[in-house]
Design a binder for this molecule. Structure first.
Ligand code: URP
Ligand code: ZN
Ligand code: ZN
Length: 464
């Protein structure tokens, strides 16, 4: 056989085991994993590790974020940054603007993304209303059309749903086999703590963390799981930040419930002390849930190692720092309440986990593949087309140099933000090629070629 492309001589972390092998690619699909393959285009991958192209299933791009506030990434820069960080697919969120229906919002996001993407893209929906059109018409139609997952919020004034509303959304998920993702933080408790903090003049970025303490997340997680139990649906708890919340998830699983869980790089590398950096610098680290203390890191690692966490995502939610449309929004220096929530991370998620996880021997390469690609594909209805190196799958492969050591630097990144929370963070193991459906889209940290990313319709999660 003569293949269109061949990746030669890498250590291939394939679905059925790790082998030193070649990968033969034809028509954008993996056609063979074997030795001595020949092809028209050859990538010499001696000394490199071939892993499934990263799937980042928690990314915010071009999402409305309040009056005068703008996200730092559009689909061009967001997917460029994703590709340079070793990703071949991302799943951003689709949030309706005021007065827009969910279906109109999806059409608007599809238009914004059309022709701009370097990686493949598929949208989760955000359900911020439970009016009869959303619940009775739009959601069922959109699930049918391949938007098979949606996020509900228990916090943020204009996004949070009541428990009753969450149950209504869960009922739709149950009827139509969709996956519910929950942002679990108790909004009333946060408001109470924020008002108290502001009254005594505790208004700097640091106070974002103590006004969203661990019990706020632990309680909401317990409640979300209970609501899912009442509705009879599986659910995914996203961006888990601490040990007690991890235990809630473990307890629910012990009771036989189908609860899936996600964590992110910020919860194994950043702390609430970062929010206390001099001047307004702490604003760079404002995200929700907030980074906790370093004592929580080993608890999150335990959760990764014992597979409480199915997926490791970035929660990329980029704002510029030196910008009144970003972290320096009107009122942000007067109160942490007005600092846009979120940090950039789509380009650094995989290198951080490779370095801290694989190189530090906390997780195996197989486990890395599972929590950065395979499980995302399975949870969100993209498997087996995406998420694994296997014959018949899309030829989405990231080649890693496992010994390349350099610090993370904003000047090397490709996102639209003007900073990275991980400036100077030392990483060993970097992606050096990102290959999407057989085509190289990143080489040696630089984007290559035109935007060939496609929109992906998704099926039902294979874990449901
Ligand atoms: O602070 C965060 N995480 N912003 C992004 C929105 C969300 O809640 O995921
Ligand atoms: Zn969230
Ligand atoms: Zn998010």
């Amino acid at each position: 056989m003569y293949y269109e492309s061949v990746i030669k001589n890498s250590m291939v972390v394939a679905a059925n085991g790790t082998v030193n092998s070649d990968i033969g690619i034809t028509n954008g699909k993996i056609a063979a994993i074997d030795s001595n393959l020949d092809g028209k285009h050859v990538v010499n991958a001696e000394g490199l590790v071939a892993l499934p192209g990263g799937i980042d299933s928690h990314v915010h791009i071009s999402q409305p974020s309040g009056p005068g506030v703008e996200m730092a990434d559009d689909f061009e820069t967001g997917t460029r940054s994703a590709a340079c960080g070793g990703n071949t697919t991302i799943l951003p969120f689709c949030l309706p603007e005021q007065g827009q229906t969910l279906r109109e919002a999806v059409a608007a996001y599809r238009k914004k993304a059309e022709g701009k993407c370097m990686t493949d893209v598929s949208f989760h929906l955000i359900v911020n209303d439970t009016d009869p059109v959303t619940i009775g018409q739009d959601l069922p139609a959109l699930i049918q059309a391949g938007y098979t997952s949606f996020k509900v919020f228990m916090t943020y004034a204009n996004l949070a749903l009541s428990d009753r509303q969450i149950l209504e959304v869960m009922a739709v998920a149950k009827e139509h086999n969709a996956m519910i993702m929950v942002h679990a933080e108790n909004e009333d408790a946060i408001e109470f703590l924020r008002d108290k903090a502001e009254l005594i003049g505790d208004t700097g970025p640091f106070y974002h963390a103590p006004t969203r303490p661990i019990p706020v997340e632990r309680e909401a997680t317990h409640r979300a799981i209970s609501l899912a139990e009442i509705a009879g649906v599986p659910l995914t708890i996203v961006h888990v930040s601490n040990g007690e919340t991890t235990e809630e998830i473990q307890r629910a699983r012990q009771r036989g419930l189908k609860v899936f869980a996600e964590t992110c790089p910020q919860y194994i590398t950043l702390t609430a002390e970062d929010l206390d950096r001099a001047g307004f610098e702490g604003a760079k680290y404002v995200c929700s849930p907030p980074p906790r203390s370093a004592q929580e890191w080993p608890k999150i690692w335990d959760g990764i190692q014992n597979k409480t966490f199915d997926i490791f995502s970035s929660d990329h939610c980029p704002f510029r720092f030196n910008d009144s449309a970003g972290k320096d929004a009107p009122g942000a220096r007067q109160s942490f309440r007005n600092i846009p929530n979120g940090i950039p991370g789509v380009e650094t998620r995989l290198p951080i986990l490779f370095s801290e996880g694989v190189v530090q021997k906390r997780i195996s390469l197989d486990h890395f593949a599972a929590i950065t690609a395979t499980n995302h594909a399975r949870l969100y209805g993209l498997y087996p087309r995406k998420g694994a190196i296997a014959v018949g799958a899309d030829a989405d492969v990231t080649l890693w140099d496992p010994s390349l050591t350099k610090p993370i630097r904003q000047s090397d990144l490709h996102h639209g933000s003007d900073y990275t929370p991980w400036e100077g963070f030392e990483v060993t193991g970097w992606p050096v090629y990102t290959i999407l459906r057989g085509i190289t889209i990143m080489k040696d940290g630089q984007p290559i070629g035109s935007p060939i990313g496609q929109h992906l319709e998704r099926g039902v999660a294979d874990v449901l």
